[in-house]
Design a protein around this ligand. Sequence first.
Ligand code: ADP
Ligand code: MG
Length: 272
Amino acid sequence: MTTSTLDSTREKLTRAGLRYSAERIASLVEEAVKEEMSLPQFLESVLSWEIQRREEERVAMYLRLSSLPPGKTLDTFDFTFQPAVSKAKIETLATCEYVKRGENIIFLGPPGVGKTHLSAALGLKAIECGYRVLFIRLDELIRTLTEDSASPGRARRRRRYYRAPLVIIDEVGFQPLSAEEANLFFHFVSDLYERSSLILTTNQSFTEWPQVFSQNESLTVAILDRLLHHAHLISIKGRSWRLRKLEEAFQFMKEGFSTHKETQSTVMGAPS
Ligand code: ADP
Ligand code: MG
């Protein structure tokens, strides 16, 4: 291919909207010659490159917009440490069928057991499946909903938390909400009901939820009713990953101490 033909092909690819192939056309041609590709194979390689780069760009953009915490993947989750979590169940959820069906996931458990990690990892999977995702702590969501409550409905519906097919709400129950905040949350859950999927993480059992939602039992029941209608409940009753090093250190100290005591008593009990 001559330089002028390459230039003109590059320009046509750009005009046709194939900008990644346009950027790399010279090396794509070079590779095709080196590997003695047939014309259909060459066409296939150009299109594959374009699709692959577009997909990478999309994932990067969705990730930037999601506010997902970085580095929380299923590969970095140690399932052997947390036997209460079914790896098979999480892997099934990772196929994102629940998002297609508008179902919810609720992670329940004490601090440090991996609720946020798993929800973020599933968020990443959902992005890879092609869905827009928003990760937000409950207190931030409430702040946003409060700020937005004065704007007209049309403006509110354009917000990210209304448009994402998957919204992950972290740390439900860490702080109790006022009556007004609880009401905003109820409307939020109702608006998203059967339209978007929600993943929630909470350290409070459902019987304690009225305390979170301003002691309003009927409102709490109405929230739970919508959340649990199509939901996967994952209760994690396990050890804290954060505290494991501390536990190990205590164990080590205890063992070291008793070995030390044994040594001492042997020495003390030794015949003189
Ligand atoms: P929770 O939300 O339940 O309080 P996190 O998901 O924030 O707990 O976990 C606390 C820290 O420990 C995070 O850095 C997380 O990545 C890590 N972690 C928790 N469980 C595991 C696990 N089983 N394997 C690997 N890392 C874990
Ligand atoms: Mg957490």
